[in-house]
Each structure stands twice: as C-alpha cells, then as structure tokens.
Ligand binder design. Sequence first.
Ligand code: EPZ
Length: 420
Amino acid sequence: MEKLLITGGTKLNGVVRASGAKNAALPILAATLLTKELITIKNLPHLHDITTMLELLGSMGCGVSLDEKMSVQLDVSTLNNCEAPYELVKTMRASILVLGPLVSHFGKAVVSLPGGCAIGSRPVDLHLRGLEAMGAKISVDSGDIVASVDGRLKGARIFFDKVTVTGTENLLMAATLADGQTILENAAREPEVVDLAECLIAMGAKITGHGTDTITIDGVEALHGTSYPVMPDRIETGTFLVAAAITGGKVKVIDTDVKSLESVLAKLEEAGAKVSTGENWIEVDMEGRRPKAVNISTAPYPAFPTDMQAQFVALNSVAEGVGRVIENIFENRFMHVDEMLRMGADIEVTGNTAIIRGCEALKGAPVMATDLRASASLVLSALVAEGETKIDRIYHIDRGYECIEEKFGSLGAKISRVLN
Ligand code: EPZ
C-alpha cells in the first residue's frame, strides 16, 4: 500500500500551477450526456475520480478519447445503456450526477444509490424530489435509483430545503432539455455550479441567474457539442496557500481563479499572511512568521468552504492563540483531528465545533488519511512537524490532488511516495 513520507521543517517557497477543478470537471463530464454531438472538455485534472467518471461514461457505450494534455473528446451518440453500476458508484458518489442528464435526454436511468461516506450520510433526497417535481417516476429498488419519464421532463419551480451543490447541478442539467421553464430556488452559488452553467450555455442551453440563489432555465429541444475548458481548482489553490502560511514560506499559485477564494484569502490575512493577487495568480508570503489563530465557520458559497476546513484546523494547530472551527455542512468532518492528536496537536471537538490551542511544534508520526480534504490537512501538518511523518491510505489524496508530491516537492518540501 503506497504511503507518503514527509520530513517537516522546510519553509515552502516557489510557484505552482493550479490544476483543473475536480468539482467542476465531474458535473461537466456528466453534462456531455445531454448531447449526441461530439464534445471536448479541456483542462481536466489527472485524478482518480476523473478516471472513474470517464470509465462510467465508457461503460454506458460512450466513445471516450483522452489526449496527453488531459483533454477528452466524448461521443455520446453510441450510448447503449443508461446504468451507473454499484461497483463504480461506491467508489465515487459524484456518479449521481449522471442521473439528471440520463433521465432528461434518454428518458430513463438506473443509478446505484450512493451510500454514505466518511464525512456523513450524504443523502440525495433533494435530487430525487426535484426530478419528481419535473415529472420523473422515481423508485429505489434493491439499492438502485430507477428513474424514468414518458416523453420530456416538464419545467417546474423547485425550492431546495438545503443548499446542495450536486443537487443544484443535477437539476440544472435536467432542466436544460425539459419542456418549459424551471426555476431553482435556494440554489447553490458555488463557482463550480457557475462553470457547469457556462458549459451548458456553450452547448446551447438557456440559463440565467447562475451564481445567485435563483437559477432560471428555459428548456430547449436539443443541445449541441462544444469545446470547453474546466475552471481552475480553488480548493487545491487554497491548500497550497495554506501550505505557505503553515510553514512560514512564500507560495504563488498561477493559472488560478482569484475571485472564488475571497473568504479563504480574508482568513489567511487574518492569520498574518501577506496576500497579493494578479489577473490569474495569488501569492501568500508569511515572511517567516508563525500564523495567528483564526475562527472559522463553514457555510455554502460565498462563505467559508467546508472543503478548506481541515486545512485551517492544521494551520490553527501550530498558530499563536486559540482558534475555533465550526463545521456546519457535514456531520462528521473532523476525522483528521484524531490523526493530528497523534502529532501532538491540542484540539478538543464537541459536536460540530473544534477548539484548537496552537502549539509551538507538532511531532512527526505515522498517521492515516480518512477522506480527501482530511488527508490534505495531514500533509500540511507533516510539512511543519519536527521529524518524519508517514501518511497511509493516500488513495484519498489521489482522488483530489494531482501529482501532490511533485507539486509540493517543487516548492522545497521533503516528500516522497513509498511502498510501505
Ligand atoms: C459537493 O458535495 C462537493 N462534491 C463536496 O466536495 C463539497 O464538500 C460539498 O459539495 C459542499 O460544498 C462535489 O462537488 C463532487 P451538498 P455534495 O449536496 O453536492 C445535505 C470534496 O472534498 N444534502 O452540497 O454531495 C448534505 O448531507 C467533496 O471535493 C441533503 O440533505 O454536497 C450536506 O449536509 C467532499 N440532501 C449538505 O446538504 C440532498 O439531497 C450539503 O451537501 C443533498 C444534500
């Protein structure tokens, strides 16, 4: 089983390029199911989850041709089944994103019901209720969601009880080919939702209000092909900026999206970092200082993103002072804490709140990754810890961070992938 071996103590310094955003690429790849014309998606990150989504589309009979620059051309005209089997869905919950496009374009879908995952039960009731409101017949039969509609889905007004990113994306995609107008209220405003909407518009969809909490879609008869580049990954960007702050170094992330990280940049400045930005780059310079503790409360965009919560728990664990982190989105997203305690962190979790008393130094230790962003926070902790840290179960990391050891290595980190 591969592990990451990290020796802490180096101030990171250098420039790194942001990869394409995993959480924009996944819905955009699903959206290719909405047209029978050739469609090219560019700037895909080279990640396990992307490979899984391409495998899923291939298993439905779609033609998938990937070039060396991680651009993929998809041919959905050869699709011969509308099924997303358990063995693929169990490895990637985002497979649920093929449900809306399949029902809307082909009138049927059988998608294995995603189970829970490490960070929470992650129900999809809002996805299903929205499709029913649009006229789909939905049943759950021995672990599979079976959805169908006679003719086209119908436009509907849908109010989300909770802000759901993939729920908004699923229904946004389904509505593009529905008969009539759909209004999504209390919709997710995440930049990845906006990127999906822009790709759908490039395919001929009629969408307004994306990026706000009310999205209006006027259904069309058909969508056409396009060539669309996925936006840069804001969470990967934020992770590298926190790496500069936690090690007292200076890191510039290029080819990234500056405006989608306001809440994170504000917190980095509060922690004492010097933040500068340009048209498509962000730089954090900690000037050798120890970070100051900050309080975080996660919430839907544009508030502080839950996907950056674990990284700031790591930052607070070596900061001056006491930081409070409240996780409002998922019910079990503090699993990185137990692993950090092994490294000497002083953290107390009560319910959805972690109180972190910053300590002078963490100590390297063998630790275990539990979910994607938790594993990134263990890398950050190891970069600043004294001595050696070995991180196990790093397949979690490979799902969301492209070439993580090469990228951190290029910034001066002592990091390598070992076999045991
Ligand atoms: C997306 O997950 C992201 N994944 C997650 O990133 C991210 O953490 C999350 O949004 C929140 O920003 C992708 O985009 C592929 P939600 P998603 O539906 O859509 C509840 C990562 O690290 N809910 O916005 O599954 C749900 O339980 C991953 O890259 C329902 O109750 O999250 C949660 O409490 C992790 N019923 C809240 O809403 C539903 O039908 C927000 O979940 C749907 C959601």
